[in-house]
Design a protein around this ligand. Sequence first.
Ligand code: ATP
Ligand code: MG
Length: 398
Amino acid sequence: MAIISSKQPTPQQPEDSAVDSLVDLLSDVQAELPIAPQKGRRGTTQKAEKALELPTPTENELLKGDRSAEETQKQEEKIRPQSIKEYVGQKDLKDVLDIAIRAAKARGESMDHLLLYGPPGLGKTTMSLILASEMGVNCKISSAPSLERPRDIVGLLMNLQEGDVLFIDEIHRLPRVTEEILYPAMEDFRVEITIGKGQSARTRSLPLPKFTMVGATTKVGALSSPLRDRFGLIQRLRFYELDELTQIVLRTAALLDTPIDHTGAEEIARRARGTPRIANRLLKRVRDFSQVKEDGTINQSIASEALELFNVDPCGLDWTDRRMLSVMIERFNGGPVGLETMAASTGEDAQTIEEVYEPYLMQIGYLTRTPRGRMATAAAWKHLGFEPPAGGQLNLLG
Ligand SMILES: Nc1ncnc2c1ncn2[C@@H]1O[C@H](COP(=O)(O)OP(=O)(O)OP(=O)(O)O)[C@@H](O)[C@H]1O
Ligand SMILES: [Mg+2]
């Protein structure tokens, strides 16, 4: 049961005025809504986004300050797809959601709770915003690190309206006490609050409107099973195919009034690690480059020249990916190497390695995980210009 520590009863506030305290508590809670703007997210994912940011902002860019941050945010919103139709790829996910949305609408009910998981930048937040707009409801956006205290989540829940989507990012990072408030909220649409302490403590069960919870996480394995089990739909987002990313680049370029041909878009897509956010980011870098160096349409040669300059190789590997692989090969003869050892040897954060770098390296077959640690595959050796060891050593499973 959720325990909310409220103010201690004072002599002027008799013990049985629990309802008054509740009203107090709720008004406090409403005054402190933790609805975080998307750009204000903290924690791993943000670190992760940072890790792949290209390039580091120049001093000049930094000096532009808040105004440019605001403009960037506006631009982000402009290029974010607004409907399922505009959302490229992820066919399985779209099919599942299309059915769920239509069925819920036909019944006049809210949709079942949905858990979206997958590496950063694949479109989890975008999909939950689309979901809310397709259902014709509001989407309240929050993130687990901003829901530290019980009153944060209670405030959020008490402010929901019938049918609303409540989006919680990085849901694997919810504190236990917050999670426990969510169990009855998700299952029975009620919130239980204990007012007062010790003998004067009373429990109130308050009804909530029917809402749809959408949780997003890059680490589905870190979710507790009681929480995971309360989601009716659990969907994985996968890396995008080359043609899907090419479409995304062409779409974004059109929205940004940037002339580009198909070869240019494909070159950017090829180096975007299967990730729309990176594709859009690379497009902006190439756009800057072509604006300064050339004029006219972005084509394959302009795109590849620009991306070489930004240290993104033809497979989309950046400096850190290559460093990780070369450390594994040169110092550990290709592995197996433990995650912590990798982190210490490369100076990268272990979580960032695990959540940001490894999924793509595994996807393209450059890295495998074995019971004894990570190994660079023969393809990785060749990509970095090394001769893979003879005798099938790379096939050893730990
Ligand atoms: N399917 C898609 N089609 C077109 N653009 C997309 C698609 N998915 C994502 N994008 C673009 O990529 C950007 C990143 O997507 P989004 O913020 O939804 O990722 P995320 O999965 O929530 O990432 P994180 O785990 O870091 O929160 C969006 O701004 C959007 O413009
Ligand atoms: Mg997100």
